[in-house]
Write a protein that binds this ligand. Structure first.
Ligand code: GRF
Length: 201
């Protein structure tokens, strides 16, 4: 199952890896908060079940939570991938699916994670701090932003002459690579979490 709000290129990349037989899995549902998202359009065009969950269509936070719960319980996913999902998932849902929700973040967490660090902001901050390296991180989702156990992380060098947009593009390429690796490992049953630390068998 995938949650995505925007262009959904990480989602599309995972979809293609499954289609090519590189990942032993199936995307059973795409959840989006954004009815205009490219992710939703792609899912519809490729006959993937879709669901929009948006506070605007619900009367309260409680109803949002209920909607997540009933939807997830219907599909009961083995793994949930957040791929550019811009909404906070209700805590009861995170608790129920503990160690089953992954997120991809465009920095070397714990650096440049948490509130405000999304999209191009991350890369602007990296360049402004004159970092020599940056990268991408796949982590399990806990109750806070970008703080769950780190699963995979890879680095690239930062050039002081590059723009945030160029850096974002290079990091995104790295994201495709490590999200794919992480999902493949998970689907092969090679991932264990012990004492909040990820072990790869
Ligand atoms: C990626 O940079 C990801 O790290 C972040 O949101 C962006 C989503 O991009 N969480 P896309 O929608 O997969 O193209």
């Amino acid at each position: 199952m995938v949650f995505a709000s925007g262009t959904g290129t990480n989602f599309i990349n995972i979809y293609n890896k499954i289609k090519d037989g590189d990942i032993n899995g199936e995307i059973v549902l795409l959840i989006s908060n954004n009815k205009f998202s490219n992710a939703l359009k792609f899912a519809k065009n490729n006959n993937i079940d879709c669901q929009i969950i948006n506070i605007k269509n619900c009367s309260s936070e409680k109803e949002v939570c209920r909607k997540y719960k009933t939807t997830l319980d219907k599909y009961y996913p083995d793994l949930i991938l957040l791929a550019g999902f811009m909404k906070k998932i209700p805590i009861p849902v995170i608790r129920k699916y503990k160690n089953k929700i992954l997120n991809i973040h465009p920095s070397l967490l714990p650096k440049y994670g948490g509130k405000g660090y999304y999209g191009i902001n991350v890369h602007i901050a990296v360049l402004e701090s004159n970092e020599k390296e940056t990268g991408a991180t796949v982590h399990f989702v806990d109750e806070h932003y970008d703080t769950g156990p780190i699963f995979l992380q890879e680095k690239i060098a930062v050039s002081s002459s590059e723009t945030p947009e160029i850096l974002a593009k290079r990091v995104l390429e790295l994201e495709y690579l490590i999200y794919y690796k992480a999902v493949r490992l998970f689907c092969e049953g090679r991932v264990l979490i012990k004492n909040n630390t990820v072990e790869i068998k």
